[in-house]
Design a protein around this ligand. Structure first.
Ligand code: NAP
Length: 328
């Protein structure tokens, strides 16, 4: 199976390093970063590309762009792992539409296009007889989309609750453990590399809301978008609020919740007993799915990281490869 990869940052490098060391029957025929690209229908030397990127900041030639690879490349699956734009979804949205329209499968870790145009992209994939997969967009390494689509198939899902943002969870853990203020805990999260230079999307709950939108569309195909989410972040939480919760043997977590029967689509800081399954520590994510047959199922794991996110991308690729082999 031939794969083209757009984006050679944390996730793209994770995917390529795994493909370089594991024999998964996947040949990479195109790779692009923001300023260069490389194409070879016979298969690219992945170790050489990683070295070139590390040494020069570019993966290939400046006259090969990602859009050339998407439009003209020889590949079966486009792996789209470029930065998230939550206003336009671009340039990822155009790349994904182009690839699907060419009858190519798509695997992405990018929340923007799916949170903005979930219904359209799924319809486009179906019309072209290809897969549009996005496990890495929600909860990093936790296979929550596969669980919903396959493991829990046939269940009626009543609700989903989750700790979906590791940066916020780290800040809340540190505030509770050490009595830090929000600003002190955020500064520490930055030092540790857990928070972006601009942490707005994380701390205001927007990143969690995007993931909720993707989960809600996956389960209920209800066409909700970011504007439908009632969203409160953690940026106004005080150290006193955490201390008060601690005195009751509770703590605070930023919880995303979707309960369609109650018309609820909300992100907000919630007080939870310390033994609650969603009270995970540091940068971990946790997600609970409440169903009619299986009851409540909670999965916990790493929500971000280069190889952890690559795990989700590779899982999607192998799902598509195995469908290929069966001729689905
Ligand atoms: N990091 C995680 O743990 C994680 C987890 C889950 C989901 N995600 C999502 O996965 C995506 C990638 O994340 P990341 O952490 O790998 O981001 P990143 O480190 O910022 O890397 C982004 C990569 O995309 C490249 N790029 C930018 N514009 C491009 C274009 N027009 N065409 C081709 N390549 C382009 C960049 O090129 P240059 O190298 O030239 O700058 C860079 O290589 C994001 O949407 C993110 O939200 C990340």
């Amino acid at each position: 199976m031939k794969v083209a990869i757009l984006g050679l940052g944390s996730v793209g490098r994770g995917v390529i390093s795994v493909l370089a060391r594991k024999d998964l029957g996947i040949v990479v025929t195109g790779i692009a970063d923001s300023r260069s690209g490389v194409m070879d229908p016979a298969g690219i030397d992945l170790a050489a590309v990683l070295t070139r990127k590390a040494e020069t900041g570019r993966c290939g030639e400046p006259d090969i762009l990602g859009e050339d690879i998407v439009k003209n490349g020889d590949y079966d699956v486009l792996v789209e792992v470029t930065p998230t734009d939550i206003v336009t979804g671009e340039p990822a949205l155009t790349s994904i539409r182009t690839a699907l329209s060419r009858g190519k499968h798509v695997v992405t870790s990018n929340k923007g296009p799916l949170a903005l145009q979930y219904t359209e992209l799924m319809r486009l994939a179906e019309e072209n007889g290809v897969h549009m997969r996005y496990e890495a967009t929600v909860c990093g390494a936790i296979p929550i989309i596969q669980t919903l689509q396959h493991g829990l198939a046939g269940n009626k899902v009543h609700a989903v609750y989750g700790v979906l943002n590791g940066t916020c969870n780290y800040i809340l853990t540190r505030m509770a453990d050490e009595g830090l203020t929000y600003d002190q805990a955020l500064a520490e999260a930055r030092e540790m590399g857990y928070a972006e230079a601009d942490p707005t999307s994380d701390v205001k709950g927007i990143d969690t809301a995007l993931k909720l939108v993707i989960l809600a569309n996956t389960i209920w195909k209800n066409g909700v978008t970011l504007g439908d989410v009632d969203c409160t972040g953690i940026d106004l939480l005080t150290a006193e609020a955490l201390t008060l919760a601690e005195s009751q043997n509770c703590t605070i977590r930023l919880i995303g919740e979707v309960v369609p029967e109650r018309d609820l689509l909300r992100v907000s800081p919630c007080i939870l007993p310390k033994k609650h399954p969603l009270v995970v520590r540091d940068t971990l994510n946790a997600v609970t799915v409440v169903t009619d047959m299986a009851g409540a199922i909670t999965q916990v794991g790493k929500g971000a990281g280069s190889v952890e996110t690559a795990s989700a991308v590779i899982g999607d690729l192998l799902f598509i490869r195995d469908c290929h082999v069966r001729g689905d």
